[in-house]
Design a protein around this ligand. Structure first.
Ligand code: ADP
Length: 503
């Protein structure tokens, strides 16, 4: 293993002595610039949001949610049992029949618009809580997660009274009650992705956030309460896998929308088989970022690092495989190391932090296990030698060279800041290698030839192909997978289709 060393005094810590050192001196050192959480109020205890009321769980059970950067407990959160899920589904059904399905689209739009505005007003607080509960850098939650979530509500507010135009003049009916289960990597944004289109199309919702990151979904429930949505239109039930399974199994649910691991997605698919429930799944990924020799290399380096390292690689569409045209392999590796050496890992609330904390201990163990397998299988590991805070869950940005396509690090989703680099000689070989995965969520192509991007995009089996950029999102752009990355699209006109019956 080699360390990528900043060269700043006292910085390198872990691992063997650096095999090379980049001496930037103090050029990249910044004074701490932490965002203050002082004005943010996190309650000691959160109940379930059912039928417009904050309700204690029938099980009387609560679980802790902790800050993964400090291991400090942030709050206790209710654990919804099957009985609580049932109450939430009943509340959603009542709200569907009594208010929401009957309400003209232009009235629904006003509520959705109001939520979008309220998110903007509370953006700072939401970003801080997102960062504290999930470990992601504040610049990610502040500049991406929360504004994009607001954008999803604005976008869908616009569709609520125009659905007939989305389906070419055909009438679109809501499905009924949508059960929505989301993961921990974009807790607030995923809630927005799920709730906004469901509401725009006239459905009511029972949403279950992930057990390690429930807080911002609960803040969203508070926003929904303040926006005076009719009771039961949105219900938030917190809990772990058993709560999610109770939602999936509930006979009163008309549609399940799930984002999470492929393993759980398959379990859900089996559970809803043969029922009336509609299903969309957005699952794992092992995206290939393909860099041709004629690519704008410096720009590609930015796309590579933002695609896998920022946000700790906690992104299902992360560019976790890098395919380099052989002739630029060495120059890209050199520039990548230089760029990585400028990255800062540490306090997620610091505005200069690039790499935050790993979301949970369990996830850190999984990353370590897969990285160890990469070394064992013979790939060469390069990790940034950086100061790892004493408390919390952390993993330094790492890439592997000399990896084979059959290695676990090239096949399995690591969900951490770990990049597996391989090479190719021809576009066909790049396509074959990029498609050599059970996943198909996203891909990136870097070249100065637009025609090459279009050619690759038609051949790559991925729901999203980015050209000369990576990880760009817009509410009007449908997102979803091929193969074991799932089915159905979220966002855009296509995303509305998942929440309606078209006559
Ligand atoms: P990740 O690897 O992203 O944590 P998971 O698939 O384990 O993905 O979790 C995603 C979401 O699915 C979480 O909200 C989790 O609580 C929920 N979940 C886990 N197991 C089940 C299950 N058997 N049925 C329904 N939801 C589940």
């Amino acid at each position: 293993m080699s360390d990528i060393t900043k060269g700043a005094p006292g910085v390198p810590q872990a691992g063997t002595p650096a095999s090379f050192a980049l001496d930037f001196g103090k050029a990249w050192e910044y004074a701490p610039a932490p965002e203050s959480p002082d004005h943010v109020k996190i309650a000691p205890k959160y109940e379930l949001f059912i039928g417009g009321k904050w309700t204690a769980p029938q099980s009387k059970k609560y679980f802790d949610t902790v800050n993964p950067a400090t291991e400090q407990k942030l709050a206790e959160v209710a654990e919804a049992s099957a009985a609580d899920v049932d109450a939430a589904v009943v509340a959603a059904r009542t709200a569907f029949e009594k208010y929401w399905a009957k309400m003209p689209g232009k009235e629904r739009a006003k509520y959705i618009f109001r939520i979008a505005r309220a998110i903007q007003e509370k953006a700072r607080e939401l970003a801080i809580v997102e960062t504290m509960d999930g470990g992601k850098p504040i610049k990610e939650s502040r500049d991406f997660d929360i504004p994009t979530a607001a954008a999803h509500f604005f976008y869908h507010a616009g569709w609520a009274d125009k659905l007939e135009y989305a389906f070419h003049g055909r009438k679109a009916r809501p499905l009924g009650v949508a059960g929505q289960i989301i993961p921990w990597n974009f807790p607030f944004l995923m809630a927005a992705w799920k709730i906004a289109p469901a509401l725009a199309c006239g459905n009511t919702v029972v949403l279950k956030p992930a057990e390690t990151t429930p807080l911002t979904a609960l803040l969203l429930a508070q926003i929904i309460e303040e926006c005076e949505l009719p009771p039961g239109v949105v219900n938030i039930v917190t809990g772990a896998g058993a709560t999610g399974a109770a939602l999936v199994d509930h006979p009163g649910i008309d549609k399940i929308a799930f984002t999470g691991s492929t393993a759980v997605g398959k379990r859900i698919q089996r559970a809803v088989a043969g029922t009336k429930k509609r299903l969309t799944l957005e699952l794992g990924g092992k995206a290939a970022n393909i860099v041709f020799a004629d690519a704008p290399i410096d720009q590609a380096i930015e796309g590579i690092v933002s695609g896998i390292f920022f946000n700790q690689g906690h992104v299902c569409c992360a560019g976790s495989r890098l395919l380099l045209e052989e002739s630029v392999h060495d120059v890209v590796i050199r520039k990548l190391k230089d760029r990585m050496a400028t990255m800062r890992l540490g306090d997620p609330l610091d505005k200069n932090t690039d790499i935050g904390a790993i979301n949970s201990k369990a996830q850190l163990e999984r990353i370590k296990e897969l990285v160890a397998s990469g070394e064992l299988e013979g790939a060469e590991r390069h990790s940034l030698a950086c100061t790892i805070p004493e408390k919390g869950y952390w993993f330094p940005p790492t890439f592997f060279t000399n990896a084979g396509q059959a290695f676990r690090i090239a096949r399995e989703e690591i969900f951490g800041p770990v990049l597996t680099i391989m090479t190719f000689r021809t576009p066909d070989e790049a396509i074959e290698k990029a498609n050599n995965t059970m996943y198909g969520l996203s891909a990136g192509v870097w070249t100065d030839k637009g025609s090459k991007i279009f050619h690759m995009a038609t051949q790559l089996k991925a729901g999203v192909v980015w050209g000369d950029t990576f990880n760009k999102f817009d509410p009007s752009s449908p997102f979803g997978g091929f193969k074991e990355s799932g089915f159905g699209r979220e966002g855009g006109r296509q995303g509305l289709g998942a929440y309606v019956e078209v006559e």
